[in-house]
Design a protein around this ligand. Structure first.
Ligand code: PEP
Ligand code: MG
Length: 959
């Protein structure tokens, strides 16, 4: 953790706080210092509160303490800039003026405030909210007197002491405790007085007074200090707690998962309280302007009468669907519907709002772009284009590429689900199907997942402490809470299957059991959950692929009729329109090729020929070839391999129907193919008729200390040219046979692991010679290319030399990462997490391209390759070709295509299209600037035109 803190410090040092800096931005009464575009400085919440105020929505007044203060706080031993107090006082004064009451007033109505954190993006794990701040033993009395509502005043005070005690003073459950200490006090009190479980809103004023007393005693007992009564001390304490929460473990875990820089910091929002807990004409709710689980255009959320916002999101009471508010509070509901329209029109996206109704009057407390599932994102984007809210390019950008595979995620096998025992129903909070062993605690769930088990996390409700378990689980099931509870929000964001509020399940944390429908499940037993319908099943259920998969891959007619399928196709069509870079696939069989083409691949970017030998007894012929000790023996084995290869290539060429196929010559890291166990060696000996002693000796001779850097790639073909010869023959004979059937073929023969141009030349010479021979023998001509992989640093650094002979480059970024970083691609498990935790890596470099390091080698190769051969074809076929961030980087490099596994093709297509659209947005101002220049200086019109032309050309080239 120390390193994380250090980086925040470093950032602060870079930007020391200037004198006279504005640290506090106020809003209220239709006016705001800030606006919606200032998220970096004001955080998402603060910026949008300012924006809502500006557009005339009913927002209680308040102020934002900027993220710069957070940076200052960490750079200066947790202290504040000297001018902050005065600026906060001015902020409080502004609120007092608008609200007509005073902060800390023990005689009249006291101004109470809510304090909330607000990072640029909302972040579970950080301090969330403290309500009713400003109450003490005196102000609570004046609040009760002025409102003539004693129960309400003490309810506010009780909540305040509880929240403040928990998040500011740190009175939280310790190891071994399963419940929050304040909740334990409440439960004990309820049973002591009422001998049953009553809901909080049934507690009387006297009950609340008693609870405040007990809470304060708890605080004293746990912290050794009394509860602070000075409102300003409370406010400073709350702000400090927000800033401190930026560096707590949960926030760090979250930032790491979502790649949020520690340097961003958080803002603090202080807002005048409005009260949802004054009685039956008041309430609080959270809602989405459209359904974030399935995308349906319906107001979707939850509402609780006589409650403050925390009650809705904490999942402690299960709220009502917001639609019921229409009946209970028709006027504020109608107003809310108007606000819904205004917000979507203004922000042009689905909003996630928090609101409070105080005695019939509606107040908006927050708006932000709603988190959504991939299915909802797809539907929102399609619908909003139809409604004219956004254009198609924005729609493409609205579908997160790294979420797209959720759409391709499995559902339960229909017949299995029909026959399975339905145990309970809950709220469908995260779509998809998941089956796994249940665990009732996040740590045990995470540990089980680490052991390789598929896990379901089952809790009464989740809190940010459960994040690790949620990340590890396939699915999350809660007994309490609604669709906007912590569990639901976080699950949706992570793309996890989730059911909330399945109230029929009875969890016993001590016994580690779940009782439901008369059955008892222990930890480690299987349950299955359908997060689309909200159904909980007993046992383990098989899953089935999504309609998109069955529609595209199997051509299933019913799937093709679904809205999801049609929308997906439309999205892909738009991607096609926007993209500059092509997407190919890494495929080794005709079936894989067929699937990839169905997903829109435009050719094969990598066929690993050694993978073609994994099937059946082909591996024996391959092993025979590797183990051969003489040329005749090797040729004999190669003769066996040739027909297999020719047959495979024929199938692939036919499946491609004239699209290009990059076929890589043999690159077997030998250790992957040698028979290591005695059993395997004996078996092989029988099959190929070579004495087992010879095999053992040969395996011994071929042993390599570092096989990844050993006798593989083109080194094999240079030592044994007959291997290259056989492969080239198989490729070209297949091409000739297919071409004769009047099917176009475009073979591209690729030489692996080239670091020296001579390596390439030696291998290319053989390939060209065989091509000539085969064309003459078969009396047919066809076009072909010979190129290379760039996958060792020397290859990248001497790309200009290599490009003299190579007609294309394909970046093998698996090996290029391995060799550039000097880190074995197979052996980083032991230090990957510590490296990510200490921020050496921000992401696994074998999954997401290390743009600064490996990317530089690629850039060099691109520049040098093009300097020799301007139209050289450039692609990537390492695993990074299916990773959205890496695809975007490849676009920036100007590659012609990326290649990835068949099921990643849609993800790569979406990322490639987004890269083109984002670049187009960036390029436009260049054109505009040139135009402006032309207008400004008519005398120099000709020259300006030239500039404009140049800029336009540059922009077009970039596209
Ligand atoms: C690579 O190294 O990126 C590559 C595609 O080749 P392989 O993974 O087969 O070594
Ligand atoms: Mg490689």
């Amino acid at each position: 953790m120390a390193t994380v803190k250090k980086s925040a410090k470093k950032a602060a040092k870079k930007a020391p706080a200037a004198k006279g800096t504005k640290y506090v931005y106020t809003w209220g009464n239709g006016k705001a210092d800030g606006n919606g575009s200032m998220k970096a400085l004001l955080g998402g919440k603060g910026a949008n509160l300012a924006e809502m105020t500006r557009i005339g929505l009913p927002v209680p007044p308040g102020f934002t303490i900027t993220t710069e203060v957070c940076t200052y706080f960490y750079a200066n031993k947790k202290t504040y800039p000297s001018s902050l107090q005065a600026q906060m006082e001015a902020g409080v004064k502004n609120m007092e003026k608008i609200m007509g009451c005073k902060f800390g007033d023990a005689k009249g109505l006291p101004l109470l405030v809510a304090v909330r954190s607000g990072a640029r993006d909302s972040m579970p794990g950080m301090m969330d909210t403290i309500l009713n701040l400003g109450l003490n033993d005196e102000t609570v009395k004046s609040l009760a007197a002025v409102t003539k509502n004693e129960r309400f005043a003490w309810d506010c005070y009780r909540r305040f002491v509880q929240m403040y005690g928990d998040v500011v003073l740190g009175v939280q459950k310790t190891e071994g405790e399963d419940h929050e200490p304040f909740e334990v006090v409440i439960e004990e009190f309820k049973h002591e007085k009422y001998h049953k479980d009553i809901i909080d809103s049934d507690l009387t004023a006297d009950d609340q007074k008693e609870l405040v007393k007990r809470f304060k005693a708890l605080v004293k007992d746990r912290t050794g200090k009394g509860f602070p009564s000075d409102p300003w001390e409370q406010l400073r304490g709350a702000a400090g707690a927000v800033f401190s929460s930026w560096m707590n473990d949960r926030a760090i875990v979250y930032r790491r998962k979502y790649n949020i820089p520690a340097e961003w910091g958080t803002a603090v929002n202080v807002q005048a309280m409005v009260y949802g807990n004054t009685g039956d004409t008041s309430g609080s709710g959270v809602a989405f302007t459209r359904n974030p689980a399935n995308g349906v255009n319906e107001f979707y959320g939850e509402f609780l009468v006589n409650a403050q916002g925390e009650d809705v999101v904490a999942g402690v009471r299960t709220p009502d669907p917001v639609a019921l508010m229409k009946k209970a509070m028709p006027k504020p509901f109608a107003e809310l519907m108007k606000v819904r329209q205004i917000l979507e029109k203004h922000f042009k996206d689905v909003q996630d709002v928090e609101f409070t109704v105080q005695e019939g009057k509606l107040f908006m407390l927050q708006t932000r772009n709603g988190k959504r599932t991939a299915a909802a994102a797809l539907k929102f984007s399609m619908d909003m284009v139809k409604e004219g809210l956004i254009d198609w390019k924005t729609a493409v950008l609205r579908n997160p590429a790294d979420q797209l595979d959720q759409l391709l995620a499995p559902i339960f096998d229909v017949t299995e689900a029909k026959n399975a025992k339905e145990l309970a129903k809950g709220l469908p909070a995260g779509p998809g199907a998941a089956s796994g062993k249940i665990y009732l605690n996040a740590d045990r769930a995470a540990a089980a997942a680490e052991r390789g088990e598929r896990v379901l996390l089952v809790r009464n409700e989740t809190s940010p402490e459960d994040l690790r378990g949620m990340i590890a689980a396939e699915g999350i099931l809660t007994a309490k809470g609604g669709v906007s509870s912590h569990a639901a929000l976080v699950a949706r964001q992570m793309g996890k299957v989730c059911i909330c509020g399945a109230s029929a399940i009875d969890i016993d944390y001590d016994k580690k059991t779940v009782k439901v429908a008369g059955e008892t499940f222990k930890e480690g037993d299987y349950l299955s959950i359908d997060g689309t319908s909200g159904t909980v099943y007993g046992g383990e259920l098989k899953t089935a692929p999504s309609e998109i998969i069955t529609g595209i891959v199997d051509g299933d007619k019913a799937s093709k009729k679904t809205e999801k399928f049609k929308s997906f196709l439309k999205l892909m069509e738009w991607c096609e329109q926007a993209t500059r870079m092509a997407v190919r696939t890494n495929a080794d069989t005709p079936e894989q090729t067929r699937i990839a083409l169905a997903f829109g691949a435009t050719g094969i970017g990598l066929t690993r020929t050694e993978h073609m030998f994994f099937e059946g007894d082909r591996i024996d012929a391959m092993r025979e070839m590797i183990l051969a000790t003489s040329l005749p023996a090797r040729k004999k084995a190669l003769a066996k391999l040739l027909p297999y290869q020719r047959e495979d290539f024929t199938g692939i060429f036919k499946a491609l129907k004239g699209l290009p196929a990059t076929i890589r010559l043999l690159d077997p890291p030998l250790h992957e193919f040698l028979p290591h166990s005695k059993e395997q060696q004996l078996d092989l000996s029988k099959k190929i008729g070579v004495p087992v002693e010879t095999i053992i000796q040969r395996v011994h001779d071929l042993h390599e200390f570092n096989p990844m850097l050993g006798h593989r790639g083109c080194r094999l073909g240079i030592a044994y040219p007959e291997i290259t010869e056989m492969q080239a023959r198989a490729i070209f004979e297949a091409a000739a046979d297919v071409a004769k059937k009047k099917i176009a073929v475009k073979p591209e023969v690729m030489i692996p692991l080239v670091g020296f141009s001579k390596e390439f030349d030696l291998q290319a010479e053989i390939v060209h010679a065989v091509a000539k021979e085969v064309m003459a023998e078969k009396k047919v001509t066809f076009e072909y290319q010979v190129g290379t992989m760039i996958e060792v640093p020397r290859g990248a650094l001497t790309a200009d030399e290599i490009a003299k002979g190579a007609e294309f480059f394909s970046f093998g970024t698996n090996d290029l990462t391995q060799t550039a970083l000097g880190i074995s691609r197979d052996d980083m498990g032991a230090f990957l997490m510590p490296y990510i935790e200490s921020e050496v890596f921000s992401k696994n470099p074998f999954a997401t391209l290390d743009a600064t390091g490996v990317g530089q080698l690629m850039e060099t190769a691109v520049t040098k390759g093009r300097s020799t051969r301007p139209n050289i074809k450039l692609g990537i076929c390492g695993e990074h070709g299916g990773d959205p961030d890496s695809v975007k980087f490849c676009h920036k490099l100007g590659l012609n295509y990326v290649s990835c596994s068949p099921y990643r093709v849609p993800v790569a297509r979406l990322a490639a299209a987004q890269a083109a659209i984002e670049e187009g947005k960036g390029a436009a101002p260049a054109k505009k600037a040139a135009k402006k220049a032309a207008k400004k200086a008519p005398a120099k019109k000709a020259a300006a035109k030239k500039v404009a032309k140049k800029a336009a050309k540059k922009a077009a080239k970039k596209k």
